[in-house]
Design a protein around this ligand. Structure first.
Ligand code: MN
Length: 219
């Protein structure tokens, strides 16, 4: 099997790997027992958070403009983007000017995820349970109920596809459980990288060579 096979074609078509430091992917072995979960804080043309969940050997991805909320009353828009390679789960750094997604990426949370069997079992209508227990068919149905085992985010969540708004728009909502925290803004309280402990400004400064724009290190 080629490392440039179909599943990541859109991802690769959008990027020039001689310029960006993002991974081309195709090397890492999937981990179906504990599928990867990560969220990246991405200061691109507009700041957003990218939620990624390993499904079928790739990272299914959603751009969440406001980031996740621990408040079950908050329904956060999550716009589905192209599948990313598993290697993206470690990525932190800069995407050069002129490249797709140009800006700074900080690894904000990481861990693994699983389908929320308990929640699905307690709420599903007859016959639909088996669809929602399989990640691929659950995404096809537009309803993914899942548990996060991250450093910052835990507990039960749902991604629901919005009706009549195209296929890309979903809502990310915290389920009411012990990990829910109404009114708590976790992005403000815990802004640092889980891999390097840096702020996004520090990541950007390190990418630029540790000197401010216009400083002696330029060029
Ligand atoms: Mn992004």
């Amino acid at each position: 099997m080629s490392t440039f096979d179909k599943p990541l074609k859109t991802y690769r078509d959008k990027r020039d790997f001689t310029r960006t430091t993002e991974p081309a992917g195709g090397e890492r072995t999937p981990s179906p027992e504990e599928p990867l979960y990560c969220i990246q804080k991405h200061a691109a043309s507009s700041l957003h958070y990218d939620l990624r969940l390993e499904v079928d050997g790739v990272l299914k991805s959603w751009a969440v403009p406001k980031g996740p909320s621990l408040d079950p009353k908050e329904r956060r828009l999550a716009v589905m983007t192209e599948d990313h390679p598993l290697e993206y789960g470690d990525f932190e750094g800069g995407i050069p000017e002129g490249e797709y997604g140009a800006g700074t990426v900080l690894l904000w949370d990481t861990g693994w995820w699983e389908i929320d069997r308990e929640w699905i079992g307690s709420t599903s209508k007859k016959g639909e349970e088996s669809d929602l227990l399989d990640p691929v068919s659950a995404l096809g149905k537009g309803e993914l109920k899942f548990v996060l085992h991250g450093r910052k985010l835990q507990g039960s969540w749902v991604l629901v596809q919005m009706k009549g708004r195209g296929t890309k728009n979903w809502l990310l909502i915290k389920h009411t459980d012990e990990a829910a925290r109404p009114g708590f803004e976790i992005e403000d309280e815990e802004p640092l990288s889980v891999s390097t402990g840096r702020t996004i400004e520090e990541v950007a400064a390190d990418v630029a060579g540790g000197t401010p724009p216009g400083g002696p290190g330029d060029g």
